[in-house]
Every structure is written in structure tokens, then in C-alpha cells.
Ligand binder design. Structure first.
Ligand code: C2O
Ligand code: CU
Length: 664
């Protein structure tokens, strides 16, 4: 059974437990209220009700046992899937269940046998109510609190369970109006205080990056490194005197509102860096890249983040962390040396969910010194815009003549929010690189679809056959690329689309001795992804959470330069989260406990699907304050974003402020 199925089963059994005890409580109260029966028919009805109540109590016990069995199975998938169930939901429900069975069971059995009840109606029914309240608290632990369940949250839930039980006793035993109002008031007070403190924690708590900001102003010493040195992100930039071994390559990008015309779609009011996609930034290893971003009229502000390219922190383009948003009329120049050949992309990182979806993205390609083996080299960013899918800059099929025998490289780039699947048909191909890192001896494949997480890239290489080759995506029936050989080719031959399974990159290519350098220390970190009700910007929402919190309240992962970070990411939710790490590539160690078995796989974006657990590792070798977030940018905007912070790094930038910085 998959982890997601077990999570679903756990919810079903937990809900069934609540339902059983609720119905048992109602029936028990009714049975005990009816008093001694006056005639045979009434007696039979009463005995039947008692039997039904007993059956429901038995079902409640069975449902709890089923919960326990599911939790045992789920625990084999990782502690983060079961913590709140093991430490709270199961034991508390168990205690209440035993009490209910011991108190209500014998009383109902007596009635079912036609004798008079033992115990008062109030105490017997309250015992059943307590089991119901405890199982509701168990559901709340799962669906409201999530992982990790803290001591405080557990105590609050326990208190509410007790209060609900007491309240039911006060009502059933008729203990008087004053006590009723008192207990009800106390219950409301506890609920109000928990909601209020959650709200205060959202609006008034400073957030995890505030310390780095305060340290910048010298207001806090918390950010000092072991050596005591402090550096600001604004100083973690490419040195002015950087002397490239290659050329200085200058680009000027002007962010602007632009009406773009898409074939078959019409016009779209886009935001662009001059075109959609933005101008391709194509450089060669050793070059110094200098990109000046100007903002003509994007009122919300823009930046450029070099997705997947591990630039110095001050060039990373995150508004509110590494720079201020560039407002209309302003500009900012990014500089970095192109040391890492590969396929990357760039996009705004100021309120990026809206900006990127509207068109603020483009391609970054770094060619190796000496070039690549392929004569044909195409970058194909894929992007949904105005209800259509753009492959490159076209919504319809693009055709290219390629001489038979020529080597071809197609750089697939998913600039969207959701995973995209691609098919290369007409010939065998290799996946030569992923996320800008070459794979070790990739093998030829033919019958596999290529699944690309949001933000991810794949370089496909192939030798042009004497017949057409087609690249398609299941995200669009129209957009695609067809390569046709010369006139001799059967260029009109229809290509049968074939729908093979997805290529699993964790088993693709050839293993190589571990490439992970030794670190001077080891940091163990985990991120547990979920979707939970939380306050954001002071308003209630069903947010995307990491460890039960939302940005900017998620604790940063703190590292010292030289540490090896082993990061585990577990997804408790129902949606896929393409997790993206800025400034570093991570080596995939395992997924769902199964070690990666192919070529070393260095990624900057990895899809954590529902129920999955990924273990990755990286060397902390790029000091700064780096964002770490879901690249479904709507999820990031709804909380799923946090920071990786090197000790001693401070920032003068903050959320909001005069530039209305919004890091997500
Ligand atoms: Cu491509 Cu933080 O983003
Ligand atoms: Cu997500």
C-alpha cells in the first residue's frame, strides 16, 4: 500500500471512530432517558436500542484498533507521518474508550437483558461522550495541528477534551445553569485563547529572518559565526575586480507590461523582460555575465533570480532578503562568473507567483569552454500563458530541418507551477543532464516519458535519424517540436505517440563513487510538508506548511560554511511539492528509503509527491541567506517557503518596507 493510501485509511478510521462514538452517545442517552418501560413493546424497543448502542461501542473499539493497525503500518514510512497519532491521538482515545466501555458497557448490557440500568444516565452517557471527544481531539491533532504536535498543542487538546466531557456531564446531570455557563465559558476561553495566540504569532512574531535583519543593524549578536565575523548579504556579491578568463557578456533586460499575441489564442496582457520568454542569456564557461535589469512599469516591482545557478548570495535576486524589489524607474545589475555549464532559467523573485505566471521568465544557458558535442542546440522553456502552452515562444508546432546524423541537444525547461511530462518520439535518446549537471554515462532510452518538476530542467541528446523526431508534452495537444531530416527524409510520416512509463532518474545512468565532499560538520535537517489551517498576514487560510508553520515563521536551517547538510523532506499532504533549494545543488541519497542507484543525481528542484520521503545532502559552500521553497509558486505564496541561513550572515533587507518586498 502506498503511504498516501495509508494516510487516507488513517483518516477514514479516525473519522469512523468519531462517528461510532457520536452515534453510541446519542443512543445511550436515549436508552437511559426512557426510564422503566410501561409495556412490552416499549421494553422491546428499549432493549433493541441498548443492543444497538452496544454494537456502536463495539464498532468504536474496533475502529480504534483499526486506527492502531494503520498507524503501525504508517510508522514504517517515517515518524513524521505518525507522531501526533502515536503520542496523542491513540493513547488519549484509548483511555477514553476503556473508560466508556467499562462504564457504559455493563449498564447497557443490563438493559439489553431487560434489567434496570446500573449507573446514572449522566455518568454512563458522559463516558461515551468522552470517547467521542477524545477521538475528535485525535482528528484535530492530525488535521489542525499536524507535525510536529508540540506539548502545548497536546495539552490544549487534552484540556478541551476534558472540558467537553465535563460540559456534557453538567448538562446531563442537570447540575444547574451557573455551572453550565461557567464550564461553557471556560471552554470558549480556551478555544479563543488558542486561536488568538495563533493569530498573534502570525501578526506579531518577528519571523525567522528578523534576527538576521536585526543583526545587520548591530541590534543582535545572535548571528555571529563561531569565529565572530559577520557579513551582510549585500557584501556577498561578485567582486568588482573579478577578472574572467572569458569575455564580459552584457545583457540589458527591461521588465515591462506587454501585450503579446499568441497564435490560436489572441492577445494576452503579459509582464515580460522584453519578450515572452525573456531574451535568452547564453554565455560560455569563464565569461563574466553582467545583466542590468530595469523596470519600466511593473508596479509590484521585479527582480531576477537565477534559478539553479549557484551565484553569490547578493546576486540571487530575492526581494526582501538579498536585495530590494526593483520598482518602476529603478534598475539593478547582476554579475556572476559563468563557472557551471548547463541549462538554467531566470525569473522574478518578488511576489513571483503572479510575476512568473504572467511572463517574467527566460532561459540561461552556460556552454562549456570548448562548446558541446551537439551541432543543434535548442532551449525549450515550457510555460502556460493565457490559457495556452508556450513551448519556446510558440503555442503551435515548430518545425526544424536537421541533417540526418547530426547530434542534437534539446534543453527542456519547466517554468510552470506543476510537473510537465514530455515525450521524445522517433528515435532513441539520452538524458545527458538534469538541473544543469551532467549525468554519468546515461544510457539510450526510447520508451520513457520524461517528467519534469516545476522549475526543473532536462537536457535530451540524440542523433538525428533519417526520419522525423518529435518532442511533445501532454500539457498541450498543439505545442511541440518536430525535427525533420533533409529532403530525402520521410518527413510527413506520422509519428505514433507512445505512452511509456516515466523515466525514473533515481535509477538512470551509471553509478559513480560518492561525489559528496567531506564536510567539517554535519547538520541534520528535516522539512515536513503539509496543508493545514493557519493564519497568514493575519487572515485565516488553509496554508501550505513546513513543520506546521508558514513563511516567515518557519525556523531557518542554520549552517556553518563547510557543513554537510543531510536534509529529509517528507510530504504528508495530498499535493506534489517541487522543492527548490537556492544557491546549492543537492545530491539525492534516497526516496522512500530506497537509495538512488543510477548516476549521481544533483538537483536544485525535486518533486516530493504525496507520501514521499526524500533524503538529500549538500555541502554548505556558498555563504548567504538562501530561500528554500516549493516551486509551485502559489504554494510558496501560501506559506511553503523558508530559509537556509549561514551563521554570521545578516541582511539589511526585509519584507515589506518602502519597496513592498515580497520574497516569495
Ligand atoms: Cu525558481 Cu526561489 O525560485
Ligand atoms: Cu507545493
Amino acid at each position: 500500500m502506498t503511504t498516501t493510501q495509508l494516510i487516507a485509511l488513517d483518516l477514514v478510521t479516525a473519522t469512523a471512530t468519531v462517528a461510532c462514538w457520536l452515534a453510541a452517545g446519542v443512543l445511550a442517552a436515549g436508552t437511559l432517558a426512557s426510564g422503566a418501560p410501561t409495556d412490552a413493546a416499549a421494553d422491546a424497543a428499549r432493549r433493541r436500542r441498548a443492543r444497538h448502542a452496544l454494537a456502536l461501542i463495539a464498532s468504536g473499539i474496533l475502529a480504534l484498533l483499526a486506527q492502531a493497525a494503520v498507524v503501525v503500518l504508517l510508522s514504517t514510512r517515517g515518524w513524521w507521518f505518525v507522531q501526533e497519532k502515536v503520542v496523542f491521538a491513540l493513547p488519549v482515545t484509548l483511555v477514553a474508550t476503556v473508560a466508556a466501555a467499562l462504564l457504559a458497557g455493563p449498564a447497557l448490557v443490563r438493559i439489553a437483558r431487560g434489567r434496570s440500568a446500573s449507573g446514572s444516565r449522566a455518568s454512563v452517557t458522559t463516558a461515551v461522550v468522552s470517547a467521542c471527544a477524545a477521538s475528535v481531539a485525535g482528528l484535530a491533532a492530525r488535521q489542525l495541528v499536524g507535525y510536529p504536535l508540540t506539548l502545548g498543542a497536546a495539552a490544549t487538546l487534552l484540556l478541551l477534551t476534558t472540558l467537553a466531557t465535563w460540559l456534557s456531564y453538567v448538562i446531563l446531570a442537570g447540575l444547574g445553569r451557573r455551572l453550565l455557563v461557567g464550564v461553557a465559558g471556560l471552554t470558549a476561553l480556551v478555544v479563543g485563547a488558542s486561536v488568538g495566540s495563533a493569530w498573534l504569532g502570525d501578526v506579531a512574531a518577528p519571523g525567522s529572518l528578523a534576527a538576521a535583519h536585526a543583526a545587520h543593524a548591530g541590534e543582535a549578536a545572535a548571528a555571529t559565526t563561531p569565529a565572530g565575523s559577520v557579513v551582510s548579504v549585500a557584501d556577498l556579491r561578485t567582486p568588482a575586480e573579478a577578472s574572467p578568463t572569458g569575455d564580459v557578456k552584457r545583457f540589458a533586460l527591461t521588465a515591462q507590461q506587454q501585450v503579446v499575441t499568441l497564435e490560436g489564442v489572441g492577445t494576452v496582457n503579459a509582464w515580460s523582460y522584453g519578450s515572452v520568454p525573456g531574451p535568452e542569456v547564453r554565455v560560455t564557461e569563464g565569461d563574466l555575465v553582467e545583466v542590468t535589469l530595469a523596470n519600466r512599469d511593473i508596479g509590484a516591482g521585479v527582480t531576477i533570480h537565477w534559478h539553479g545557478y549557484d551565484v553569490p548570495n547578493g546576486e540571487d535576486g530575492v526581494a526582501g532578503v538579498t536585495q530590494n524589489a526593483v520598482l518602476p524607474g529603478e534598475s539593478f545589475t547582476y554579475r556572476f562568473t559563468a563557472d557551471d555549464p548547463g541549462t538554467y532559467w531566470y525569473h522574478t523573485h518578488q511576489a513571483s507567483a503572479e510575476g512568473v505566471q504572467r511572463g517574467l521568465y527566460g532561459t540561461l544557458v552556460v556552454l562549456p569552454r570548448g562548446g558541446i558535442a551537439e551541432a543543434v542546440d535548442l532551449a525549450l522553456p515550457v510555460h502556460a500563458l493565457g490559457g495556452a502552452l508556450l513551448m519556446g515562444d510558440a503555442t503551435t508546432e515548430q518545425r526544424r530541418a536537421v541533417a540526418a546524423g547530426a547530434r542534437v541537444r534539446i534543453r527542456l525547461i519547466n517554468t510552470d507551477q506543476v510537473p510537465r511530462r514530455f515525450r521524445v518520439t522517433g528515435t532513441a535518446f539520452e538524458v545527458a543532464a538534469v538541473d544543469g549537471r551532467d549525468l554519468n554515462r546515461p544510457t539510450a532510452i526510447e520508451d520513457r516519458a520524461l517528467r519534469l518538476p516545476a522549475g526543473g530542467r532536462l537536457d535530451v541528446t540524440l542523433s538525428m535519424p533519417n526520419s522525423p523526431v518529435r518532442v511533445t508534452t501532454d500539457a498541450s495537444p498543439r505545442a511541440g517540436l518536430t525535427l525533420s531530416p533533409g529532403a530525402a527524409a520521410r518527413s510527413d510520416t506520422a509519428i505514433e505517440p507512445h505512452d511509456g512509463p516515466d523515466l525514473d532518474l533515481l535509477g538512470y545512468g551509471t553509478p559513480e563513487a560518492a561525489a559528496m565532499p567531506e564536510g567539517s560538520g554535519t547538520v541534520l535537517a528535516s522539512m515536513v510538508l503539509d496543508r493545514l489551517p493557519r493564519f497568514r498576514h493575519g487572515l485565516p487560510s488553509v496554508a501550505y506548511t513546513v513543520d506546521g508553520a508558514v513563511f516567515p515563521h518557519i525556523d531557518s536551517i542554520e549552517v556553518t560554511e563547510g557543513d554537510v547538510v543531510r536534509l529529509t523532506v517528507a510530504n504528508r499532504g495530498w499535493e506534489t511539492h517541487p522543492m527548490h533549494v537556492h544557491g546549492h545543488h543537492v545530491l539525492v541519497l534516497s526516496r522512500n528509503g530506497v537509495p538512488a542507484s543510477g548516476s549521481p543525481l544533483w538537483l536544485d528542484t525535486f518533486d516530493v509527491q504525496p507520501g514521499e520521503v526524500w533524503e538529500v545532502a549538500f555541502l554548505a559552500d556558498n555563504p548567504g541567506i538562501w530561500m528554500d521553497h516549493c516551486h509551485n509558486l502559489d504554494h510558496a505564496a501560501e506559506g511553503m517557503m523558508m530559509a537556509l541561513r549561514y551563521r554570521g550572515v545578516t541582511t539589511s533587507f526585509e519584507q515589506g518596507g518602502a519597496h513592498s518586498n515580497r520574497s516569495e
